[in-house]
Design a protein around this ligand. Structure first.
Ligand code: FAD
Length: 288
């Protein structure tokens, strides 16, 4: 299925991750079946840090593409990879008919020595796109950061690098998750003024358990607006109430984005089909 998902006027997509343990694969496929039944425009599949377990990303993406017949995007990181290993991954993706790649730098793996880091073959996501686009089978998306990437000196430099990513061949961008839509609106105004013309999908993550706050939120570096902090303070001790409040918050974020003309939404599903279905139910009038 080599359809042009990156040029669609409107997209509602999901991110899933491969199970951490091989034993969980059987249940992973039933989760994917439930996700597929929600008919997203595409499903993206994360890649283990440093390229570990790349085969699992390919296996999950292949199931989405070839069994569920929903376009799959395989995330591929490059920081710990060689040109040879990246070529092998690309070849495997091609064999499975997966033509969409979210090209990422990734974060430096903990076990990577300074020597290995200095000798790395890819520095930035843009280098990965430039390397892989020699094969015109592939289409590339890239990541962007409404609150700036943590390595970037300023939003100005981050946006300049984003423009380079677009010039290198990225056709679509997926944003880091955010909880305050104003960051996204400001980012979009600035990105457009710097010449970003490709679609940008707004990354939304429903926070349905207090545990998620500590892990995901800290990792993403996203700001917590007061309204959201109040919600955590009020419901954080009660699992069911927190779940409902988290779904409601994400649905309200999406409604507001749609009201403000944002046409592309990417939901970080955390492999939770029921939460995803409840969000879709809550916003069905605006994403139809
Ligand atoms: P880059 O685009 O390379 O940018 C990284 C930094 O380098 C930025 O500060 C940028 O301004 C700067 N930069 C970029 N280009 C240049 C240049 N030419 N010259 C100088 N500086 C430059 N990680 C995983 O391990 N697996 C995943 O599956 C995964 N999925 C993700 C999905 C999304 C939607 C997002 C937003 C992030 C994801 N990540 C994932 C995390 C990502 O790998 C990290 O955020 C990483 O630190 C940066 O990756 P990048 O592709 O944005 O890097």
């Amino acid at each position: 299925m080599n359809q042009d998902i990156f040029s669609a006027d409107k997209t509602f997509s999901l991110e899933v991750f491969p199970p951490k343990k091989d034993d969980d694969f059987a249940s992973a496929f039933s989760v994917l079946d439930e996700m597929g039944a929600l008919s997203p425009d595409f499903i993206s599949v994360t890649y283990g840090a440093g390229g570990s377990r790349a085969g699992k990303t390919i296996e999950i993406a292949s199931y989405i593409e070839n069994t569920l017949h929903i376009p799959a995007i395989a995330h591929v990181t490059c920081v710990g990879s060689t040109k040879e290993s990246v070529s092998q991954v690309a070849e495997a993706l091609k064999q499975h008919g997966i033509s969409h790649i979210l090209a990422l730098r990734g974060d430096r793996p903990k076990d990577m020595t300074d020597e290995q880091f200095e000798a790395r073959e890819f520095e930035h996501a843009t280098d990965l796109i430039s390397f892989l686009r020699r094969d015109d089978f592939f289409h590339f998306a890239g990541a962007c950061y409404p609150e700036k990437h943590f390595d970037a000196f300023s939003m100005e430099t981050d946006l300049r690098h984003l423009k380079t990513k677009q010039d290198a061949g990225a056709e679509y961008l997926i944003s880091q998750l955010f909880f305050d839509n104003d960051y996204f609106y400001t980012f979009m105004d600035r990105a457009i003024s710097k010449g970003i013309t490709i679609p940008v999908s707004a990354g939304i993550m429903p926070i349905t358990s207090p545990r998620q706050i500590g892990t995901t939120v800290t990792l993403s570096g996203s700001s917590i607006p007061k309204q959201f902090a109040d919600l955590i303070a009020r419901y954080g001790d009660n699992a069911e109430d927190m779940r409902k409040a988290g779904i409601d918050y994400a649905a309200r974020q999406i409604r507001d984005l749609q009201d403000n003309g944002v046409k592309h939404i990417h939901l970080y599903s955390m492999n939770k089909p029921k939460v995803t279905a409840e969000i879709l139910q809550a916003i069905k009038d605006v994403i139809a």
